[in-house]
Design a protein around this ligand. Structure first.
Ligand code: 26V
Length: 816
C-alpha cells in the first residue's frame, strides 16, 4: 500500500517562529522572557495543532461532500504515547520547528520530553488502536476512533526493594494542548431502572426508563496522516453527572454528601482498568463499556441522520470495528436504538447491526474472555438483557432446527449456564458481526479450532485473518532517525512511502561497507541507553555488550521467567568457568504487572534479586548484567527498541495472539529469539529461520504435552542438570538470602504445576541462546542477519493491515 509524498511545506521558519510567539502570548499568556520550558512546549504543540486543524476541517468537509462511508473504531484503549513528533513529522515540519525554536534558544528535542505519555491503554491492544488511527489517517480513510478520556491512564510503576508500586498517572494535570472539548456534543447514557411495553400500531413498543442518567461529553483530538493530506478524529468521552450538585443536601450543610452522585457518575471515566476481578470493579468496568458504546452509537446515528433521512441505509455508510469484546454490549445497544428509538422491526434492525459491525479477537486465554453475570446485566441494563435473551432464543431455535443437540446448543448459547449464569460477550460479538478476525495467521487458525469452533460450524464463513501491523512513521522514522537516514541514502526516499521496497536492501546484506554503516547507527542508541541506565539505576553497562531485550506486560504466558532462568544458568556457567572467552551481554527487562497479579509481581522481584546478585558479583566482571527498567511505556519503548540487538519473543506457543513489539524490534534490525507463536510465525516466513533463533514446543507439541505429561516437569528437571541447579538456587534463597523462602513456592510451581511449560522449553531455549552467542562472535553473520531482518519487515506496516480491513472487512476505499 503506497502512502502519499511528504508535503511541500507551506510554512517557513519565520512564520512558525511568529506563530509560536503568538501562541505563547495569547494562549499561554507569557512573554518569551517569562516562559517556562513547559510553556514553550504548549505553544509549540498549539502551533502544530493549528496546522492540523486546516487539514482536519477540509478532510471532514470532503468526506461529507462525497457521502463517504466512515469507519468507527471502537476501543476501550488507545495507547498513544506522545503526539508532538507524530504530528510534526507527518506534517513535514520537524526541521523548520527546530530552527524556529532555536531562534529563541529553545531545544525542540528537550520540549519533546516534556509531553506526558497519553497512556490510555494496557499494552498491545491499545497500542494497535493507536497505530491503526495513524494508518487510517495516512491512507485517507474517513474514520473516527471512539473511546474513553480517562482522567488517569495506566499507573506509573515504581520499584521499592524489587516490588512494584503503582502510582496514579496524571497526564492531564498540565492541560492537554492536542484536544478540543466539545461541550455541545453530549449524550445521555442511562443505567438501571425498568422497561415497559405498550402495543402501538400492532407491535409492542418497549421503553426503557433508566433509574440513573449521566452525560458523555466529547473531547476531540485530530490525528493527521503522513504527508499532511488527511486528518481523522479521535473522539474520547468524559462522564459528567446530570446534576453537578445535590443542592438540597448542600443547603442542609452536607457539603460532601451533596457531591456523592456526581462522584459516582463521573467515576466512569476516572481511571483505565489495569485488569481487576472484584465484583465492584466488574460493575464499573461494565459501566465504562456501555457508557462509551452508547455515546459513540448515538453520535454516529445523529451524524447519519444529518446526512440521510433514514437509518435504514446505515450499514452502507458506517463500518464499526469492535477492538476486542469490550465494546460488544454495543451490539445490544445498536439493536435497542434501532428498535425502540427508531421504530424498526427486529429482522431489519438485526440485518443493519450485522452489516455495520465487525469484531477483532485479541486473545484466546479463557480468563481474559469477558463473561458478564446475567444478574448484573439485568440490574444495570435491563432492556439490553431482554434483547440478548431474544437474540439467543432466535439463534438457538435456528440451530435446533438445523439439528443441533442439547450439548452443542449449550456451547453455542450466548448464556453460559455453568456456575452462575453469565453472558458470553465473545459469542455476542461473533453473532452480531459480519466479519470476525484474528490478529495473526496462527491465532486466527486456533480461534477457528478452539473458542469459536462450534459457532463457526453453525453460522460459518465469518472468520478471517488480519495480521497486525505497526506504523513505521513512529516505530522506524521517529524512533530511529539514524537508521532511517541510512535507508533513505541507500534506497531513496520512496522507502518512506512504500515499506515493501525495503526488500531492495537484500543485496546490501552482502556488502561489508553497508553492514558496518548499519551497525554504526546502533552505537549511539546503545550509548544513549547506557546513559539512561546510569542515570536511573546508577549502573554502568557496556554499550559494546549484546543488548538482549524483553519488553512487554509481565505475564506468566510471556515467560519472562524463562529468560530469568537463562540469566541464572549463565551466571552459574560464568562462575564455573570464569576464564572462558565470554562475550558481555546485558539482559534488559521492562514491563508492568497487573496490580492484582501477585505472581507477576514476584517475577519482577525475582528479576531485581537476580540483578542485584549478578551485577555485584566480582567473578562475573560485567560479562552478564541484568537490568530492569522501571515504568515501561511507549516513550521508553521508543528508546529501547533501536538499541536492541536481540528481541525476546518467548511466549508458550499458542498463547500470544500476535505480538507487535516483535515487529518493532525486528524492523529496527534486532534478531529474534522466539517460539513459533503469534506473528513470530509470519516474521519467520519472511525473514527466514536462518536469521532468527526459533526454539521450543510448537502449539501441537504444547497441546500433546498438556494431555500426556500435564503440568508436572519433575522428569524434565531431573534430566537437565543446568535447569535443576537453577531451580534449586532459586528455591534455596541464593537470590534472596535475607528471606531464603521467597521463591520456594515459585520454584515448586515451575516443577509441579506450570501451565506455561517454562521447564519443558528450557533446554531448547538454552541451546538457542548458545547459538545467539556463537553468532554474536561472528559479526559478519550477525549483521548480515540484522540487515535481512529490516529488509523483510515491510509487510508488517499497519498500512498493509488497514488496507486489508478496508478492502475485506469495511468495504471502504482509501482516499489517496
Ligand atoms: C488480558 C488479560 C486480562 C485478565 C488477566 C489475563 C489477561 C491476559 C491477556 C489479556 C489480553 C487482552 C487482549 C490483548 O491485549 N491482547 C493483545 O492484543 C495485541 C494486539 O492484537 C496482540 O499483539 C497481543 O498478542 C495480545 O496479547
Amino acid at each position: 500500500m503506497d502512502v502519499p509524498a511528504e508535503p511541500t511545506a507551506e510554512h517557513s521558519v519565520e512564520s512558525l517562529h511568529d506563530a509560536i510567539l503568538a501562541r505563547l502570548l495569547y494562549n499561554i499568556g507569557k512573554t518569551p522572557s517569562r516562559a517556562s520550558q513547559r510553556d514553550w512546549y504548549a505553544a509549540t504543540a498549539l502551533t502544530i495543532r493549528d496546522r492540523i486543524v486546516d487539514v482536519w476541517t477540509s478532510s471532514a468537509a470532503r468526506a461529507r461532500a462525497q457521502g463517504a462511508k466512515r469507519v468507527a473504531y471502537f476501543s476501550l484503549e488507545f495507547l498513544i504515547g506522545r503526539l508532538m513528533f507524530d504530528a510534526a513529522g507527518n506534517l513535514g515540519m520537524v526541521e523548520m520547528l527546530r530552527n524556529a525554536l532555536a531562534l529563541e534558544g529553545i531545544d525542540l528535542d528537550h520540549l519533546r520530553t516534556l509531553e506526558p505519555d497519553a497512556a490510555l491503554g494496557n499494552g498491545g491492544l491499545g497500542r494497535l488502536a493507536a497505530c491503526f488511527m495513524e494508518s487510517m489517517a495516512t491512507l485517507a480513510i474517513p474514520a473516527f476512533g471512539y473511546g474513553i478520556r480517562y482522567d488517569h491512564g495506566l499507573f506509573r510503576q515504581t520499584i521499592t526493594d524489587g516490588w512494584q508500586q503503582e502510582i496514579p498517572e496524571d497526564w492531564l494535570s498540565s492541560g492537554n494542548p492536542w484536544e478540543f472539548q466539545r461541550p455541545e456534543l453530549s449524550y445521555r447514557v442511562g443505567f438501571g431502572g425498568s422497561v415497559t411495553g405498550a402495543i402501538e400500531a400492532g407491535r409492542t413498543a418497549f421503553t426503557w426508563n433508566p433509574g440513573e442518567t449521566l452525560f458523555a461529553v466529547a473531547f476531540d483530538t485530530p490525528m493527521v496522516g503522513y504527508g499532511g493530506h488527511h486528518a481523522n478524529t479521535l473522539r474520547l468521552w468524559s462522564a459528567r453527572a446530570a446534576d453537578p450538585l445535590a443542592l438540597d443536601a448542600f443547603n442542609r450543610g452536607d457539603h460532601v454528601g451533596a457531591l456523592t452522585d456526581r462522584v459516582r457518575a463521573e467515576a466512569v471515566s476516572r481511571v483505565l482498568y489495569p485488569g481487576d476481578d472484584s465484583p465492584a470493579g466488574q460493575e464499573l468496568r461494565l459501566r465504562q463499556e456501555y457508557f462509551f458504546a452508547s455515546a459513540s452509537l448515538q453520535d454516529m446515528l445523529r451524524r447519519h441522520l444529518v446526512e440521510h433521512d433514514t437509518v435504514r441505509n446505515l450499514a452502507e455508510f458506517v463500518a464499526i470495528q469492535l477492538n476486542d469484546t469490550h465494546p460488544a454490549i454495543g451490539i445490544a445497544e445498536l439493536m435497542r436504538l434501532l428498535l425502540d428509538v427508531h421504530g424498526l422491526e427486529w429482522d431489519e434492525a438485526w440485518r443493519i447491526t450485522q452489516g455495520c459491525i465487525s469484531y477483532t479477537n485479541h486473545t484466546l486465554l479463557p480468563e481474559a474472555l469477558e463473561m458478564w453475570p446475567v444478574l448484573l446485566l439485568e440490574r444495570l441494563l435491563p432492556r439490553h438483557m431482554q434483547i440478548i435473551y431474544l437474540l439467543n432464543a432466535r439463534h438457538l431455535d435456528t440451530q435446533r432446527a438445523a439439528g443441533a443437540d442439547d450439548r452443542l446448543l449449550a456451547g453455542l448459547s450466548l448464556i453460559d449456564e455453568g456456575s452462575g449464569r453469565r453472558v458470553r460477550m465473545g459469542h455476542l460479538a461473533f453473532l452480531g458481526s459480519h466479519s470476525v478476525n484474528g490478529v495473526s495467521a496462527l491465532h486466527t487458525d486456533l480461534m477457528r479450532r478452539t473458542i469459536f469452533r462450534d459457532l463457526d460450524a453453525a453460522v460459518g464463513g465469518r472468520i478471517v485473518n488480519r495480521t497486525n501491523g505497526i506504523t513505521f512513521r513512529r516505530w522506524l522514522h521517529q524512533t530511529n532517525p539514524g537508521l532511517t537516514r541510512l535507508l533513505v541514502d541507500t534506497l531513496g526516499d520512496r522507502v518512506l512511502r512504500d515499506p515493501m521496497t525495503l526488500t531492495d536492501l537484500m543485496p546490501h546484506a552482502e556488502d561489508a561497507g553497508f553492514r558496518a554503516a548499519f551497525k554504526a547507527q546502533r552505537v549511539p542508541r546503545k550509548q544513549a541507553m547506557a546513559r539512561l541506565v546510569a542515570a536511573q539505576l546508577g549502573l554502568v553497562v557496556d554499550p559494546e555488550a549484546l543488548f538482549d531485550i524483553q519488553i512487554k506486560r509481565i505475564h506468566e504466558y510471556k515467560r519472562q521467567l524463562l529468560n530469568i532462568l537463562h540469566a541464572i544458568s549463565q551466571y552459574n556457567a560464568i562462575r564455573a568457568q570464569p576464564t572462558r572467552d565470554w562475550r558481555p551481554r546485558v539482559k534488559f527487562f521492562a514491563g508492568k504487572a497487573a496490580p492484582s497479579y501477585t505472581l507477576a509481581k514476584q517475577i519482577i522481584r525475582l528479576a531485581h534479586d537476580v540483578a542485584r546478585v549478578v551485577n555485584s558479583d566480582p567473578t562475573v566482571r560485567g560479562l552478564l548484567q541484568v537490568v530492569f527498567m522501571p515504568n515501561y511505556n511507549v516513550s521508553l519503548a521508543e528508546l529501547l527498541i533501536p538499541s536492541a540487538d536481540l528481541s525476546e519473543q518467548i511466549s508458550t506457543a499458542g498463547m500470544e495472539a500476535s505480538g507487535t513489539g516483535n515487529m518493532k524490534l525486528a524492523l529496527n534490525g534486532a534478531l529474534t529469539i522466539g517460539t513459533m507463536d503469534g506473528a513470530n510465525v509470519e516474521i519467520c516466513e519472511r525473514v527466514g529461520a536462518a536469521n532468527m533463533f526459533i526454539f521450543g514446543m510448537s502449539t501441537e507439541e504444547v497441546e500433546a504435552r498438556r494431555t500426556s505429561t500435564g503440568f508436572d516437569a519433575t522428569a524434565t528437571v531431573a534430566a537437565c542438570p543446568a535447569l535443576r541447579d537453577v531451580v534449586e538456587a532459586m528455591r534455596s534463597g541464593v537470590f534472596s538470602p535475607e528471606e531464603p523462602q521467597r521463591y520456594a513456592a515459585l520454584a515448586d510451581r515451575l516443577i509441579h504445576s506450570d501451565p506455561f511449560f517454562v521447564c519443558a522449553d528450557f533446554d531448547s531455549y538454552d541451546r538457542a541462546q548458545d547459538l545467539v552467542d556463537a553468532k554474536w562472535r561472528d559479526p559478519v553473520a550477525w549483521w548480515r542477519s540484522a540487515v535481512i531482518n529490516t529488509a523483510n519487515m515491510g509487510w508488517f506496516s499497519s498500512d498493509r493491515t488497514i488496507g486489508e480491513y478496508a478492502a475485506g472487512t469495511w468495504n471502504v476505499k482509501p482516499g489517496l
